[in-house]
Design a protein around this ligand. Structure first.
Ligand code: FMN
Length: 174
């Protein structure tokens, strides 16, 4: 199946997942900024299109670009892959993905979540300040799990794992 993977990434985790997906599925790979202005004919040749974006405050960055275009791609296999700092199965990520799509969009787009990590060294300054403030607020939570998460988010970590792409590959290639 001729497949396209489009991604956006600030610190590299989503790019790594997009690369893994494109390698596994022999798919073409583009940064969204290199395809977002392309004519619709550019996408005609693809039977499957995956959009991978990172989670920022519960939203998948640049997902609207994909969702707008996807209205014309209902005959293709379509997936959104969100990459965030939280663990797979985190209710926060599940709620955010549920809220990303309307009921109608859910009939032709499937969503997936892959854990990335945090890389303070590669973040821009506003992102670093927001993330540090978020970690500090979690550390003050009454809930022990939240406090643990706050401690984890206080420094860089990499929890990305190629195994998380398997459900996406299975869905696209079904
Ligand atoms: C401003 C900001 C907001 C974030 N919000 C979330 C969030 O809501 N949920 C989450 O799981 N991760 C969140 N993250 C963490 C990133 O999604 C995570 O670091 C991701 O791996 C970054 O991907 P990238 O390396 O492709 O940029 C946030 C990060 C920043 C900088």
């Amino acid at each position: 199946m001729k497949t396209l993977v489009v991604y956006t990434s600030q610190t590299g985790f989503t790019k790594k997942y997009a690369q893994w997906l494109s390698e596994r599925m022999s798919a073409d790979l583009f940064d969204v900024k290199d395809v977002q202005k392309k004519e619709s004919s550019f996408f005609d040749a693809y039977e499957a299109i995956v959009y991978a974006g990172w989670f920022m405050a519960g939203k998948v960055v640049k997902a609207n670009w994909f969702l707008d275009r996807a209205k014309d791609w209902k005959d293709k296999h379509l997936a959104v892959v969100a990459v965030g700092a939280g663990p797979v199965g985190d209710p926060h990520a599940e709620t955010a993905l549920k809220n990303l799509l309307t009921d109608e969009q859910r009939t032709y787009i499937k969503t997936f979540y892959c854990q990335g990590g945090i890389n303070y060294e590669k973040m821009n300054l506003p992102s670093r300040l927001v993330m540090k403030a978020f970690a500090n607020s979690l550390k003050k939570s009454k809930d022990e799990k939240q406090r643990e998460m706050g401690a984890a988010y206080d420094h860089s970590f990499d929890s990305s794992d190629v195994k998380y792409i398997q459900p996406v590959v299975d869905y696209i290639q079904a």
